[in-house]
Design a binder for this molecule. Structure first.
Ligand code: F6P
Length: 453
């Protein structure tokens, strides 16, 4: 690990969040892959983390000036709602995962323009102000922005502190085409990001797309260095977790069909859950020999349910399961809950892991599963998941829109002989073990060093 540094990490979700239970303040780990991956930074460097207050108790902590290395930004609830529920998700998320069908949606009215100005811009300004205060406390610290919630903040910081060292990691896909977003917003996104010294993505493909969209929108990337580093898992911690009591208890309670297909996702339209069920249905239609022998276990974390597109998608998922199970009996075991130990237990037991996102920045399920799987399970992987750049050669690649292609891949995976399964499973494990999260972090810090030099 490189030398200790002064870092200011800035992300919408922080490493911890607070609640009040029976009059006492209780601390919870912040959710999501990003916070988990970055938590490792805190033990090796001097980190101040700036994040949004997401609970009432976070706001109390914010008013008291922060706690334990976390500074909370606490915008007005209405501004936060517009920033998170109207602009960042779904609009930016939908643009970047190419989820709009464009015929009728999105429908960008005055409400959206207001949400941009009074929500997204305002909250980005509040984050930037917190960064400037922190930079004044710790001159020389490197600022590390994360993700699509904060595209505008770097330019606001740059205007106030021209010499600051700024880096931004974008964890989601970058499309070439940004024409859905009105021009002033499209420009603001690109100008904001290009105020950083370094902008980085998980894959070569997203970095290349960024260079192209910068070319279209602002004539190039200017002095900003554009890089890519694949995020990964903390291998040691994950392997320990796989043998923990909570995971073993969940494992004992899992179904044991002859063959188990698993998927683990958030209920997000980008995850392509419904087409996955349709592919399973097509498999059972075309190959009656599998009926009664194979179960699909779908463990889905309910996500962003205050956003209509997400609530509708969850309903669509439940409808599709009802239809498939209505035809073949209880062949899909759908569990909508936030239960990480159960997901890890399922990773250990799958024969086939289905990861078929429409688009995905990386997709850590594709790395976590093969790391702890005990059955030489086969990974069926979308060509549009960032993880495909590293893991594609050991997987069965699918096009996420090709339902029949996915049905055929599931059939090939279920039929694959033991030697071939072992060869692929070992390849996946070796790739993840050799490229864990410490390597990702070292890559980011290295970029910053080079720019500083
Ligand atoms: O990078 C995408 C991401 O921010 C991940 O960190 C995380 O897994 C997911 O989206 C969570 O989204 P939200 O914070 O909206 O629940």
């Amino acid at each position: 690990m490189s030398e200790r540094r002064d870092l200011i990490v800035v992300s919408n979700r922080g490493p911890v969040t607070y609640d009040r239970v029976d009059g006492e303040r209780v601390e919870r780990r912040g959710g999501g892959g990003l916070a988990t991956a970055l938590r490792g930074l805190q033990s090796h460097h001097d980190v101040t983390w700036i994040a949004a207050a997401t609970t009432e108790e976070d706001r109390v902590v914010a008013a008291a000036g922060g706690d334990g290395g976390v500074v909370f930004v606490a915008p007005e609830p209405e501004a936060y709602h517009r920033y998170y529920n109207v602009v960042a998700n779904p609009m930016l998320w939908f643009v970047q995962h190419e989820l709009w069908s464009r015929g009728a949606r999105p429908d960008i009215g005055l409400d959206f323009h207001r949400a941009w100005d009074e929500g997204y811009v305002a909250v980005n300004r509040a984050f930037a102000e917190a960064v400037v205060v922190e930079l004044d406390n710790r001159p020389g610290a490197t600022v590390f922005f994360h993700d699509y919630h904060l595209y505008l903040a770097p330019l606001f910081v740059r205007e106030a502190r021209p010499d600051a060292l700024l880096a931004h990691f974008v964890h989601i896909p970058w499309p070439v085409d940004w024409t859905i977003l009105p021009e002033r917003m499209r420009h603001a996104v690109h100008d904001g990001l290009l105020a950083n010294d370094v902008v980085a993505f998980h894959t070569e493909r997203w970095a290349r797309n960024f260079r192209r969209s910068c070319e279209d929108v602002c004539g190039g990337t200017g002095r900003t260095v554009v890089r890519h580093h694949a995020i990964s898992v903390d291998v040691g911690e994950f392997e320990r977790l796989a043998t923990s009591d909570s995971v073993l208890a969940e494992e004992a309670a899992l179904p044991r069909p002859e063959k188990l297909i698993v998927r683990v996702d958030r209920t997000d339209p980008s995850k392509n859950v419904v087409r996955g069920f349709r592919a399973f249905e097509a498999l059972l239609d075309a190959h009656p020999e599998w009926r009664g022998r194979v179960t699909m276990l779908a463990l889905l974390d309910p996500s962003r349910q205050a956003i209509p597109e997400y609530a509708d998608y969850r309903a669509e998922i439940e409808r599709a399961v009802g239809e498939v199970n209505g035809r073949f009996g209880p062949v899909i075991d759908l569990r909508v809950a936030d239960n990480f130990p159960q997901s890890v237990a399922a990773y250990k037991r799958y024969d086939v892991l289905l990861v078929n996102p429409v688009f995905d920045g990386m997709n850590l399920v594709a790395k976590e599963g093969p790391l702890v799987n005990e059955r030489d399970g086969v990974l069926v992987l979308s060509e549009n998941a960032g993880a495909h750049e590293e893991l594609g050669v050991f997987s069965l690649t699918v096009n996420p829109f090709d339902v029949w292609g996915q049905a055929e891949a599931l059939h090939s995976a279920l039929e694959m002989d033991a030697d071939e399964r072992r060869r692929r499973a070992e390849g996946l494990r070796a790739q993840v073990r050799g490229h864990d999260v410490a390597r990702w972090i070292a890559g980011l810090l290295d970029d910053v060093d080079r720019v500083a030099a």
